[in-house]
Design a protein around this ligand. Structure first.
Ligand code: CAA
Length: 286
C-alpha cells in the first residue's frame, strides 16, 4: 500500500468533525464517501461543507466552478456498505466507546484487507479500538482539531500494534490534506487533550467556585494569554458532552483526582446544554 493508492477517503460520521474532515479531503482532491446513520445527518454534513466553501467563494479564495467540483467529489450516504469502496477510512462518530467499537468491527468485516482504518477519537485508547479488529496493525488515531478546515494540527496516535507502514501512510496523508502531523503515544487524552482539557475543566471549576464570571475568565485567557478563544467559549465550540467524555477518560485512565470532571460541567451536560450545537452552553447562541 502506497499513499498514491489512496484516491477515495471514507468518513464515518457527518457531524462537525466528520464533515470538516470530508471538506478538507475533497478540497485536497480526494473523492469522499461521507456516511452517517440517516440521510438527514449525512446531508447536514454536506450543508456544513457548502457553508465553508461558500465563504471561500465570497472571499475570492476559490471560484464558483471550483466549489462545484469539490462538492461533486463528496458522496453523502446513509448506506454503511458504501464505505467498502474507500481506500482509507476515518471514523469520526460521536465520542462513545460502544459506538466506535461497533463501527470498527463492521469496518473491519467490510473494508478490503489493506485498508487503513483511522479514528478521530479525542480520548478513547487506540489499542482498545484496534483490538476489536482483525487488522490491529492498520488501526491508528488521526485526531483532527475543530474547526477542521482552519486548524493545522493532526495528532497521529500509534497503538502498540500499529505498523510503521500504517503510521507512515497516515502521516503522508495528513500532509496531503495540508495539515501538520504531530505524533503522540496511546495514553489517555494523548497530548492535546491531556493538556487542553484540564485547563478547560479548571476554568469551569473557577466559574463554579465564583472566582470569576464567564466573561472575566475568558477575557483573562484571551487578552492575558493570547488564546484565540477563552476556555469556556472553546468548551462550547468543542461540545460540553465531548469535554465531559474526555475528562471521564482521563480520570478513568489515570485514576488521579486531578482529572475529576467539574460537577458544573456534568450538570450542563445532563441538562442538554452542550454548547454551540444545542444553542446553549456557557454562552447563549440562540
Ligand atoms: N468552520 C470553518 N471555518 C471557520 C469556522 C468553522 N467553524 N470558524 C471560523 N472559520 C474560519 C473563518 O472563515 C476565517 O477564515 P479566513 O481566515 O479565510 O477569513 C477564519 O476561520 C477565522 O475566523 P473568524 O475571523 O470568523 O474568527 P476568529 O479569528 O475568531 O477565528 C477560530 C475563529 C479559528 C475558531 C479561532 O477562534 C480559534 O482558533 N479558536 C480556537 C480553536 C481551537 O482551539 N480548536 C481546538 C479545539 S480542541 C479539539 O478540537 C480537539 C479535541 O479533541 C477536543
Amino acid at each position: 500500500m502506497k499513499i498514491n493508492d489512496i484516491q477515495t477517503i471514507g468518513v464515518a460520521g457527518a457531524g462537525q468533525m466528520g464533515a470538516g474532515i470530508a471538506c478538507v479531503a475533497a478540497v485536497s482532491g480526494f473523492a469522499v464517501i461521507l456516511y452517517d446513520i440517516t440521510e438527514e445527518l449525512a446531508l447536514k454534513g454536506v450543508t456544513y461543507i457548502n457553508g465553508v466553501l461558500s465563504r471561500d467563494v465570497t472571499k475570492g479564495k476559490i471560484t464558483q466552478d471550483a466549489m462545484q467540483n469539490i462538492l461533486e467529489r463528496v458522496r453523502a450516504t446513509n448506506m454503511f456498505e458504501a464505505l467498502a469502496q474507500a481506500d482509507f477510512v476515518v471514523e469520526a462518530a460521536t465520542e462513545n466507546q460502544d459506538i466506535k467499537l461497533k463501527i470498527f468491527k463492521d469496518l473491519d468485516a467490510m473494508c478490503r484487507p489493506h485498508v487503513i482504518c483511522a479514528t478521530n477519537t479525542s480520548s478513547i485508547p487506540i489499542g482498545r479500538i484496534a483490538a476489536v479488529t482483525k487488522r490491529p496493525d492498520k488501526v491508528i488515531g488521526m485526531h483532527f482539531m475543530n474547526p477542521v478546515p482552519v486548524m493545522k494540527l493532526v495528532e497521529i496516535i500509534r497503538a502498540l500494534p500499529t505498523s510503521q507502514e500504517t503510521f507512515d501512510i497516515t502521516r503522508e496523508l495528513a500532509l496531503k490534506l495540508g495539515k501538520t502531523p504531530a505524533e503522540a503515544c496511546d495514553y489517555p487524552g494523548f497530548i492535546s487533550n491531556r493538556i487542553l482539557m484540564p485547563m478547560i475543566n479548571e476554568a469551569i471549576y473557577s466559574l463554579y467556585e465564583g472566582v470569576g464570571t464567564r466573561e472575566s475568565l475568558d477575557t483573562v485567557m484571551t487578552l492575558g494569554m493570547n488564546h484565540p478563544m477563552g476556555p469556556l467559549a472553546l468548551a462550547d465550540l468543542i461540545g460540553l458532552d465531548t469535554c465531559l467524555a474526555i475528562m471521564e477518560t482521563l480520570y478513568d485512565g489515570f485514576k488521579d483526582s486531578k482529572y475529576r470532571p467539574c460537577p458544573l460541567l456534568r450538570r450542563y451536560v445532563e441538562s442538554g446544554w452542550l454548547g454551540r450545537k444545542t444553542g446553549k452552553g456557557f454562552y447563549d447562541y440562540t
